[in-house]
Design a protein. Structure first.
Lengths: 396, 231
């Protein structure tokens, strides 16, 4: 079981001081937060992707690569990578590179994105959102598994004899989570490929996402990847922790009430009671998180948002510290004790390498020599299988 | 939607958007409910009646609009509606339109919550000049919801309260409702063709009566999800 944090990458006014951090300040802050998460022993740090102010994370692989260089153990991920508006070829290249420079300490979560104008900024149309997500992933899946790809789809130019480079580290593709809050097609795709499924588990009633997670589990089993219990499930959540419950509510209230997304809806107490938002002492956050395991079944990844709503850096760091020292160690014990024997472990690069190669040495793709035309032909790697051939475009 | 008639009573749910106490809208809704119970009885059906007053839920409705999801109390009411065999929807007319409270409540319903559900539309107003709001606005709203409002809708302006025709119209609407319910037309429409309507995954309609999610695997998107090609 992995525990960690995910950030939306919002730049929000601090309601206590009335001041809004600059992009530079927030970008520095998020690196500090990720480093702190690594120091206190959290397993995962994930970062969103947005292409408009007031968000700063338009280029997650660049930022995650920098964080990878400054951390030791923590696995870096996204929440989410936009599979709709990014060219899957770029995703294949960028994330394979991140996988190399982080030495496999990464995976990614794919999402559609819900900001309508972003689609045309990248030449797409939100009305095709679900189809884009599905088709783009089909291509991404191939690009990471086949040295030479011929491909023809609806949403981008066809590929003939294309090789996405670098090949994934150890020729083992990064693990992929598919994030969705209501779309059975996305859960179906996650199940079909045996990938992970993530429900953000925020801004909805308690256990609202159980039916979709159960649907994914059933389809995962249907496609023969294992039992329903072995499906790879991740959940989000949001936490604000203080030593005692009343301090948590008192400290968090101005941030909650000052936030347009939350402050005009239910009161803080009702929100904390009726939704997955955890506010309170470490024990209260532990108790609430254990209800997730009870309702959703054994799962593999729990992420919390701790830096949103204009929380200043020192408070966000304190949240990470409390999670890492007071909450997660107890949850690791308690969840392990409640875990059924058949439940899957969270996938890592090491576990995927072991699953693919056993004790054998992993493949290390090595290109053929440059022929002088900056191309290596239909068999780009020295060990590319003999039967690989590409439909190269005909000239003339 | 369950099989009617049967030994179990008809689940009749009244939604009242009148805010006064006493409220003329509630008074009219009660009369329509009473006549409906009598009409069900005449058709050999027992009734289990629930009345939902929206006024005490006004704050919850407003907060749910902003939050994007209903709180506990509202979720219970919506689940009750999802399980209703027949519905009486009663709203006051304000400023030439349906009460905003009523419309906001309907805005919180899943689109498939009331598919093929027999219902009586009821409205009150301060003037007979508002009479067409019922058929022009409320009926259109429930057409969008794919519900089954009976042919007679009940409207009462101040002068109607002293007119015997009002009671006769109520009795007529109640008979129509009983005919809809006892014929099983809702079951025939929604029960057999449920998957042919649009559903959003996780809707309250699917969670109650239909006993599970409807997911159509025979679609272009589902083929695309499983490695196939989009058309």
């Amino acid at each position: 079981m992995q525990f960690g944090i995910f950030s939306v990458s919002d730049v929000t006014r601090n309601p206590l001081t009335g001041s809004t951090p600059s992009e530079a300040t927030r970008i520095d802050a998020i690196v500090q937060i990720a480093k702190k998460a690594d120091e206190v022993g959290l397993d995962v740090f994930a970062l969103g992707e947005h292409h408009n102010p007031p968000f700063f994370s338009s280029s997650p692989t660049t930022l995650l690569a920098s964080i990878a260089a400054q951390t030791r153990n923590i696995l870096l991920s996204t929440s989410t990578t936009l599979i709709t508006t990014n060219d899957p070829v770029r995703i294949a290249e960028d994330y394979a590179m991140l996988q190399h420079v982080s030495k496999g300490r990464m995976d990614l979560m794919l999402g559609r994105g819900n900001t309508v104008p972003v689609y045309p900024w990248f030449g797409q149309d939100i009305r095709n959102g679900v189809a884009l997500a599905l088709e783009h992933y089909n291509l991404l899946h191939k690009l990471w598994r086949e040295d030479v790809v011929d491909w023809d789809g609806k949403f981008r130019t066809p590929l003939q004899g294309f090789t996405s480079s670098p090949r994934p580290l150890d020729d083992v593709p990064p693990f992929v989570w598919h994030g969705s809050i209501r779309t059975p097609e996305i859960a179906e795709q996650a199940a079909y490929y045996g990938n992970g499924f993530f429900a953000n588990n925020v801004l909805a009633a308690n256990f609202h996402f159980v039916p979709l997670v159960n649907f994914y589990r059933e389809r995962f089993a249907h496609y023969g990847h294992g039992t329903k219990e072995q499906a790879i499930v991740g959940l989000g959540g949001q936490a604000f922790i203080a030593r005692n419950s009343q301090d948590a509510f008192d400290s968090f209230r101005p941030f909650f009430e000052g936030n347009p997304l939350y402050g005009n809806s239910y009161g803080l107490e009702d929100f904390a009671k009726g939704t997955p938002l955890s506010v309170g002492s470490p024990q209260q956050v532990i108790d609430k998180t254990l209800t997730f395991q009870e309702a959703f079944g054994d799962y593999q990844r729990q992420l919390w948002v701790v830096d949103a709503m204009g929380l200043p850096l020192d408070m966000a760091l304190e949240q990470v510290e409390l999670l890492g020292t007071e909450v997660v160690p107890v949850l690791r014990r308690e969840m392990a004790a409640r875990r059924s024997a058949g439940a899957a472990e969270a996938p890592t690069h090491q576990s995927l390498v072991a699953a693919k190669y056993g004790s054998a040495a992993p493949r290390q793709p090595t290109p053929n020599a440059n022929r002088g035309d900056n191309l290596t032909g239909a068999r780009p790697y020295q060990d590319t299988a003999e039967d690989v051939s590409a439909k190269l475009p005909l000239v003339g | 939607m369950r099989n009617v008639p049967s030994d179990t009573p008809v689940r009749l749910v009244v939604i009242n958007a009148g805010v006064g106490d006493p409220s003329t809208t509630r008074l009219l809704a009660d009369q329509v409910a009473q006549k409906s119970i009598e009409a069900f009885e005449a058709a050999g059906l027992k009734t289990s009646l629930s009345v939902v007053d929206l006024a005490p839920l006004a704050g919850d409705i407003a907060r749910a609009m902003v939050a994007g999801f209903p709180g506990e109390k509202l979720a219970e009411v919506l689940e009750k509606l999802a399980g209703a065999d027949a519905v009486i929807a009663a709203a006051p007319v304000y400023k030439a339109g349906l009460s905003g409270l009523f419309k906001s409540f309907v805005d919180l319903m899943d689109n498939d919550l009331l598919i093929a559900r027999p219902m009586i539309l009821v409205a009150t107003a301060g003037s007979a000049r508002h009479a067409m709001v019922l058929d022009d606005h409320m009926r259109a709203l429930f057409a969008f919801m794919r519900a089954l409002p009976v042919p007679t809708a009940i409207f009462a302006a101040p002068e109607d309260w002293s007119a015997p025709e009002l009671s006769r119209r109520i009795a007529r609407a109640a008979r129509e409702l009983a005919a809809f319910v006892s014929s099983g037309v809702g079951r025939d429409i929604a029960g057999e063709a449920w998957e042919q309507y649009q559903h959003q995954f996780g809707s309250k309609a699917a969670r109650t009566d239909q006993g599970g999610e409807i997911v159509d695997f025979d679609t272009d998107l589902m083929r695309l999800a499983t490695g196939g090609a989009a058309k």
